[in-house]
Design a protein around this ligand. Sequence first.
Ligand SMILES: [Zn+2]
Length: 131
Amino acid sequence: MNCPCCSGKSYEQCCKLYHDGMLPPTALDLMRSRYSAYALSKVSYIIETTHPQSPYFEKDVSKWEKGVRQFCNTTRFVKLEILHPKYPDPSDPTVHFIAYLEQGAPFQLNEKSHFEKLDGKWLYLSGSFTN
Ligand SMILES: [Zn+2]
């Protein structure tokens, strides 16, 4: 299977490595693997890679899981386009991307995501959105 993150690689040689426990070396790799996790309903991966200071962090984990699962189940993850960075850069904490999604009708999510490394692990901190 092609990796849902649109890297052109197989899932096994791409985001599955991170879903199985390898640490993503850059914020870009983490972002791609989170997109794939949404596409494959890997809810716990989304939760584990969210920064504790993120506005999306939710103390009630079962409520959080339910919300993420519902989003995964009602959304088709059509395509991911990375606008920045063009190449993985271990020091760059931002990723600008467009996610092509479908919830009945197609829509785009244009997001600049911010990441932070905590105890050697890249985590998703926050996002700002453009229409
Ligand atoms: Zn991937």
